[in-house]
Design a protein. Structure first.
Length: 240
């Protein structure tokens, strides 16, 4: 069993957050999670990944994204942005000293293939009955599925990853079985508190924290508080 916790407050305290910095927080043979912070005005580096879909979970601050030929968009805490393979992505921190995003990419990815400014823009799709949107806006997902309901939405589904955002508004206890010892579960806490139990160990997570669960057969998700809980789960084949 391998469990790793990334504490939001702890990792932010290790860096000078008025400067741009990035830290690999989770890595396996197929995926890498990168914690990226940049202040307002940081120069962009538009580029392309030809062989995988890259996506990000937006946290602190406000960041502007321009993906492929789609119109620019701005994110808030909990939004998910995806750049399909072959789509240039231009990312610009917009407001504040701390603009934080978590990028999910390939461990061997680079910025060697540069993007260009599109010759025209097209509107961003907003069909929240579908997955794999360029911009999965958390506020719209909540609006579509209900602010006072329990729900689970498949946000991204491709050959590398399945990504779900879940909302629980009442106490709950759920057992999750992992189908293969090669499957990893990365869980990001968007709002509220979550307790996770596996192999007689207990882990407590709060807003902004991440937990990676590898090489285990099952775990329990527990919320004993009356506050709303929202979390995003990434299911991946670790390849290890």
């Amino acid at each position: 069993m391998t469990v790793k916790i990334i504490n939001h407050k702890e990792i932010m305290s290790r860096h000078h957050n008025e400067e741009r910095w990035a830290e690999n927080v989770l890595v396996n043979q197929s995926h890498r999670a990168v914690w990226i912070v940049a202040p307002e005005g940081t120069p962009p580096d538009p580029h392309i990944h030809p062989d995988f879909n890259e996506f990000w979970i937006a946290l602190d601050g406000s960041t502007r994204w321009q993906i492929g030929q789609y119109e620019p968009l701005e994110t808030e805490w909990g939004d998910i942005v995806m750049a399909p393979a072959g789509f240039s992505h231009d990312i610009r921190p917009m407001r504040g000293k701390i603009n934080l995003r978590i990028g999910i990419s390939h461990p061997d990815s680079n910025h060697d293939i540069k993007g260009i400014v599109p010759c025209r823009f097209i509107p961003i799709e907003q069909d929240y009955t579908s997955n794999n949107l360029v911009h999965s806006k958390l506020s719209e997902i909540i609006k579509h599925n209900g602010d006072n309901k329990n729900w689970k939405v498949n946000v991204i589904s491709d050959e590398r990853s399945k990504v779900y955002t879940t909302q629980q508004i009442t106490n709950f206890n759920q057992k999750i079985d992992i189908k293969s010892n090669k499957e990893s579960h990365w869980i990001f806490i968007i709002e509220g508190h979550l307790e996770i139990k596996c192999d007689s160990q207990e882990f407590n997570l709060q807003r902004g924290d991440i937990i990676s669960l590898d090489k285990i057969s099952s775990y329990e998700l527990i919320n004993n508080s009356n506050e709303k809980l929202i979390f995003t789960t990434i299911l991946i084949d670790s390849g290890d």
